[in-house]
Ligand binder design. Structure first.
Ligand SMILES: [Zn+2]
Ligand SMILES: [Zn+2]
Length: 83
């Protein structure tokens, strides 16, 4: 898919969400994007991280407990919430 068609602003290799209402990510995106990482998900190799999304149960083996990109870890990432 082309992220530009999904409300994302594509600049080079960075994806920035275009502000729409107060919804940080359309549900359809949340349902579609998941990664297949085996480790921490703390780099942009993680597709969740790349799109600014938290990992969910749909993700890969990172969900076995190695993921740094899940809800409970976001307390440490307050800057990331300042869109
Ligand atoms: Zn990941
Ligand atoms: Zn993930």
């Amino acid at each position: 898919m082309d992220p530009a068609n999904w409300g994302w602003n594509v600049q080079g290799d960075k994806f920035t969400l275009i502000m729409m209402d107060n919804n940080p990510a359309p549900n359809i995106l949340l349902n579609r994007i998941h990664c297949n990482c085996s480790a921490q998900c703390n780099t942009l190799r993680c597709s969740c991280k790349k799109y600014g999304l938290e990992c969910t149960g749909a993700c890969g083996s990172c969900q076995d407990g190695n993921c740094d990109n899940m809800n409970q870890a976001s307390i440490l990432d307050e800057n990331e919430d300042c869109f």
